[in-house]
Design a protein around this ligand. Structure first.
Ligand code: XMP
Length: 310
């Protein structure tokens, strides 16, 4: 069992000893891992830290504004970097899930590398946790924030990496976040993958497809908010299906809804969501997103499925 206070004290000491007089940037996406990391490093080195929110164009509705507000409320100096074009360019033409993750990872580190150079920073802090490392090292999937553990030297991007949470699992990160006094909207936040909506648009990622998925995601999250589940989201399929819109036969998009219960994401159970909620989600998605003709619900547990589709 983690002794949270000891962990925080030890981390603060280690961060201070490593960073010394240097400046640090912290990649903050607004998720529990990266926000806790950012707050911890800020507590350790104060004004030497600049939080960086990279807008990759793949975030959920309202997310960039949410993160800017959270950082402002925490009184952490922050920079907002618009890298939408770079991410869409890197993802263009890529259909393989692992290729997409690697393109995302490369663009992510290059973007941070540019900021590190501009800010003359030697360290980048990031919210990598134990499960990210294990899944990447075992070859289950390439997490966007794992480099050194698979033999990639971060110095190629021009900096060293600080990962104060790398020995923790998600429930322990939440304990640290609570102990640090982060708002519950952060400490209890639903996990969201680093490569964001890019791994929920199956096949090639384009701005149009992301816009469809962003809207569907908003509907699913809104309708399932009170279920107390681990993760609730939508997935846009790469293939199409026949449907009827405005009295005409159309060949349109398919959305799958996934709602899972889990402790630590290592195993997960598909939730028995009340049918009325599923029906309402389907009606809203097909009414509010013109191109979608079909809405499915995924009843598969992990294993044999994974939580995400890619
Ligand atoms: P899977 O799909 O492997 O997901 O069952 C387990 C947990 O990890 C999240 N996930 C990711 N998080 N980068 C991340 O930061 C990724 O590439 C990634 N892939 C999956 C997923 O949302 C779930 O919480």
């Amino acid at each position: 069992m983690l002794n949270v206070r000891d962990f925080i004290e030890k981390s603060l000491k280690e961060i201070r000893e490593t960073v010394r007089e240097h400046k640090v940037i912290s990649a903050c996406s607004g998720g529990v891992d990266s926000t806790t990391t950012t707050f911890l490093v800020h507590k350790a080195v104060g004004e030497k830290l600049i939080a960086v929110f990279v807008d990759d164009g793949l975030r959920r509705e309202g997310e960039p504004e949410f993160v800017v507000k959270v950082l402002k409320d925490l009184r952490i100096k922050a920079r907002f970097v618009d890298a939408k074009e770079e991410f869409f360019k890197a993802l263009k033409g890529k259909t393989d899930a692992e290729e997409k993750r690697k393109a995302f990872r490369d663009t992510f580190y290059k973007t941070l590398g540019k900021v590190a150079k501009e800010e003359k920073v030697k360290f980048i802090a990031q919210g990598t946790i134990k499960a990210d490392i294990l899944e990447t090292v075992k070859g289950i999937k390439t997490q966007h924030n794992v480099l050194e553990q698979i033999g990639i030297n971060p110095e190629i991007y021009g900096y060293s990496i600080l990962e104060p949470l790398k020995e923790l699992y998600k429930p322990e990160v939440r304990m640290v976040a609570r102990e640090l006094g982060l708002p519950t909207e952060i400490s209890e936040r639903m996990p969201f993958p680093g490569p964001a909506l890019s791994i929920r648009v199956l096949g090639e990622v384009t701005p149009d497809k992301v816009a469809i998925l962003r809207k569907a995601t908003e509907i699913v999250e809104e309708e399932t908010r009170n279920l107390g589940t681990f993760q609730n989201f939508a997935v846009l399929h790469n293939d199409k299906a026949t449907g009827i819109k405005n009295g005409k036969r159309v060949y349109g998009n398919i959305i799958t809804v996934r709602v899972v219960v889990s402790e630590d994401a290592v195993t997960a159970q598909a939730k028995q969501v009340p049918y009325e909620i599923l029906e309402r989600i389907s009606e809203k998605i097909t009414n509010e997103i013109p191109s979608v003709v079909r809405c499915l619900y995924d009843v598969t547990h992990k294993p044999p499925a994974t939580i995400e589709f890619e």
